[in-house]
Design a protein around this ligand. Structure first.
Ligand code: NAD
Ligand code: GLY
Length: 358
């Protein structure tokens, strides 16, 4: 098991990455601290049947009374209605402010249940047990929780750092190929912004799902250090995690959230951001092509479909919260592993980069 510690202003916690950790979750939670004798175990309709019983048994063996809540799998569950429902189920089950919550699932469950934990009885401890690549390398670490509204994604939420993160890499073996590969958009992003050597590890790992703990833990380390440097996204470091996301989110929204899955849209955004970095900030053509080839290794798209119009992508981009006072704060690379925030990229530059994706 590989341990990564986060030391933040008001919270210290560990992220544990390894194999067969679900069966030990009760003991691992007990070692991390005393969070209460009752817990809500929140999961989704895909993950629950696979893993909830193992976690529940381990918690019960550790003397914790568990109340399971299962929500329908999928992004549509990241809603205020679902948060209300979870909180009401917890109240009706007799959970109180001395209870804690365990979020078992991908980023949807982590964000949704994490937010419920942030507001239930004005905040109770949360343990994250992520089961997707995205959630193990990114969303379970750093405390961003929240839900979507009809106005947009992740617009209502709270910072609520977990007390512990348990990432069991064996759970990734049941992840459908589509979700598995999409997660690598974030892994490749981590390599691009902070860790040139990681790209070599990713290339060598390829599509094999064996012995994933070192790779996942290395990503956790990158995310952890960024969050430690800029917990509330105020100094600029955490913004670096948006590499590829400005144009990527525009493409995802322009496709009506159906044409491209999130990781696919981010892949296209990464390609555009690499090409802009070659033109504007010194990334070599060879480094850019290497990042793009690695995206292709994970069957992620690197060419944009003609039916998603550039004008719509630009319009969606300018509505995004990453546009500060109408100014684009665009993350570029000076070289592989060296990201920075630039104010020099114009909408015309973005338009040209989107056209180049065709
Ligand atoms: P997800 O949670 O929807 O999971 C993807 C699918 O895989 C779901 O159908 C789920 O039921 C299924 N699944 C999960 N684990 C499985 C397993 N081990 N075996 C089989 N099936 C499994 O999606 P995701 O990609 O994990 O997360 C996306 C969400 O994360 C988005 O809502 C996004 O906004 C959020 N996110 C948040 C942050 C953050 O910092 N908080 C960062 C990145 C993404
Ligand atoms: N996933 C981006 C962040 O945590 O800031």
């Amino acid at each position: 098991m590989i341990r990564t510690q986060l030391i933040l202003a008001n919270d210290d916690y560990e992220v544990l990455v390894g194999s067969d950790l679900l069966d030990q979750s009760g003991t691992l939670i007990g070692e991390a601290g005393h969070f209460g004798k009752q817990a809500a175990l929140v999961t989704d309709s895909n993950v629950g049947p696979l893993y909830a019983d193992a976690v529940q048994k381990s918690l019960e063996d550790a003397g914790i009374k568990v109340f399971q809540i299962t929500v329908p799998a999928g992004e549509a569950s990241k809603s205020m209605d679902q948060v209300t429902d979870i909180c009401r189920q917890m109240l009706q089950a007799g959970l109180d402010r001395k209870s804690f919550l365990v979020a078992l699932g991908g980023g949807v469950i982590g964000d949704l249940a994490g937010f419920a934990a942030a507001i239930f009885q004005r905040g109770i401890p949360c343990v994250q047990i992520p089961t997707t690549v995205v959630s193990q390398v990114d969303s379970s670490v750093g405390g961003k929780t929240g839900v979507n509204t009809p106005e947009g994604k992740n617009l209502v939420g709270a910072f609520h750092q977990p007390k512990l993160v348990i990432a069991d890499v064996e759970t990734l073996k049941t992840l459908p190929d589509q979700e598995y590969n999409e997660g690598y958009a974030e892994v490749i992003k981590h390599a691009a912004i902070r860790d040139a050597e990681l790209l070599g590890l990713v290339e060598a790992q390829g599509l094999s799902r064996d012995n994933l703990a070192p790779l996942i833990a290395r990503n956790v380390g990158i995310k952890a250090r960024v969050v430690e440097e800029d917990e509330r996204e105020t100094t600029g470091t955490r913004v670096l995690l948006n590499f590829g996301h400005t144009i990527g989110h525009g493409i995802e929204a322009a496709g009506g959230y159906g044409k491209y899955f999130h990781g696919e849209a981010i892949s296209l955004g990464l390609v555009a951001a690499c090409r802009l970095s070659v033109k504007h900030s010194g990334l070599s053509e060879a480094e850019s092509e290497r990042i793009i080839a690695t995206l292709e290794q994970f069957q992620l798209p690197t060419k944009l479909d003609a039916e998603v119009p550039t004008a719509t992508i630009l319009e969606k981009m300018t509505r995004d919260k990453k546009f500060k006072d109408g100014q684009i704060r665009f993350v570029l690379l000076r070289g592989l592993g060296e990201a920075f925030v630039s104010d020099a990229i114009t909408l015309a530059d973005c338009e040209a980069a989107i056209e180049e994706l065709r």
